[in-house]
Design a binder for this molecule. Sequence first.
Ligand code: DX5
Ligand code: ZN
Length: 223
Amino acid sequence: MAVRINPSILAADFVNMQRDLHAISTADFVHVDVMDNHFVPNLTFGPQMVERIQAVSPIPLDVHLMIEDVDRWAPPYADLGCFSVTFHAEATLEPVKLARELRKLGARAGIALKPGTAVDDYLEILEEFDQVLVMTVEPGFGGQKFISAVMPKLSALARARNSTGADVWLQVDGGVTAETIAIAAESGADTFVAGSSVFNADSIPSAIETLRETARAHQHDNL
Ligand code: DX5
Ligand code: ZN
């Protein structure tokens, strides 16, 4: 099984963004947290900043939209050419329609679930998405503690993926460290977002490598 490590630039130095993007060049994707101060109580970047990040980043962009009104605002990120665009299930009434639109625009379509959002409705329509993001903290801020109580959602997704053969990546985001990544990998995740544990490390490349090796060591097929 594959392992993807996506450092979150929410933990980068915003005035040294280009430097920090180069510092994570051994990772698979750069995770870009877009927040609008409405869906979550925090504000980060909009499309102009994301366009510049994309222009200078050595690795492709995994955009996580923590914004309202995604039916209107998600497609422009796909138009920019971002590799993947993930919107929150709680922010749209028509997730399948939006996912199809994002795919049509050439992006991978992701759907994100807050810790309190049930996964059941999505298990039967997994093939509509390229990625499901299971939040392991309440969205809004970096540096929070990993909520292991959401792991059953991940195992349910992993089982549904195995039984349907859907080609969907299972992502975790929030509180991912060299310790908690083991639990997430055991539960079926293959794509791991890590902000503070990467950017606060003494060596960013070693932190990325340790996360990758630990996840690999804990992945298994019996879910
Ligand atoms: C939280 C964001 C995360 C955040 C993770 O709302 O979606 O991507 O950057 O940060 P850490 O890894 O510090 O929990
Ligand atoms: Zn995120």
